[in-house]
Write a protein of this length. Structure first.
Length: 74
């Protein structure tokens, strides 16, 4: 009787662990593709870090234009 219960417990554990291992294997196969896509997105969005500098320069330029317009009476 104990031997049969032991076999049933082992079969239940195997039935629960095998899908987890299969899923882990699939994730492992897809990981390099995901990593490459993340690196490409980081490379493509890197110029956004300089956007605040561009905005600062645009503010300086528009402020100068505003002062020029005021001096000309516009």
């Amino acid at each position: 009787m104990g031997f049969a219960i032991g076999i049933v417990v082992v079969l239940v554990v195997v039935a629960l662990v095998v899908p987890i291992l299969v899923l882990a294997h699939r994730i492992g196969r897809q990981a390099p593709v995901i990593n490459d896509a993340l690196r490409a997105s980081e490379r493509n969005t890197r110029p956004l870090a300089d956007l605040s500098t561009t905005i600062d320069h645009a503010d300086v330029i528009t402020a100068g234009l505003r002062r020029g317009r005021q001096r000309l009476g516009g």
